[in-house]
Write a protein that binds this ligand. Structure first.
Ligand SMILES: [Zn+2]
Ligand SMILES: [Zn+2]
Length: 96
């Protein structure tokens, strides 16, 4: 069994919510980026369409609340841990 740091989510960052149904995923602040991310509850690289949709939906709702509808974007590039599905919400800085 492969394990990575996303399998063992540490407790010292802000946790927003934890889903158990219809599948497991957690939303918490990313340790290295300091921005909210959704992490699949299982160690695999890709989520199904339906899983991805729900994770992004919940993450976006949270980011919208934090930064407003135009204030963020969803980043599903997995740079540091490519084999465990996760999605970041990142702050969008607008030049005025
Ligand atoms: Zn993992
Ligand atoms: Zn990150």
């Amino acid at each position: 069994m492969n394990k990575c740091e996303l399998c063992e989510l540490r407790d010292y960052t802000q946790r927003y919510c934890q889903f158990v149904y219809p599948f497991k995923f957690t939303i918490l602040d990313c340790d290295s980026c300091d921005t909210p991310m959704a992490v699949l509850g299982e160690h695999r690289a890709t989520a199904t369409e339906a899983e991805k949709r729900l994770m992004v939906e919940v993450l976006a709702a949270l980011a919208r609340d934090k930064w407003g509808p135009e204030g963020f974007f969803i980043d599903d590039v997995m740079r540091q841990i490519p084999d465990h599905c996760h999605v970041h919400a990142r702050r969008r800085w607008r030049r005025s």
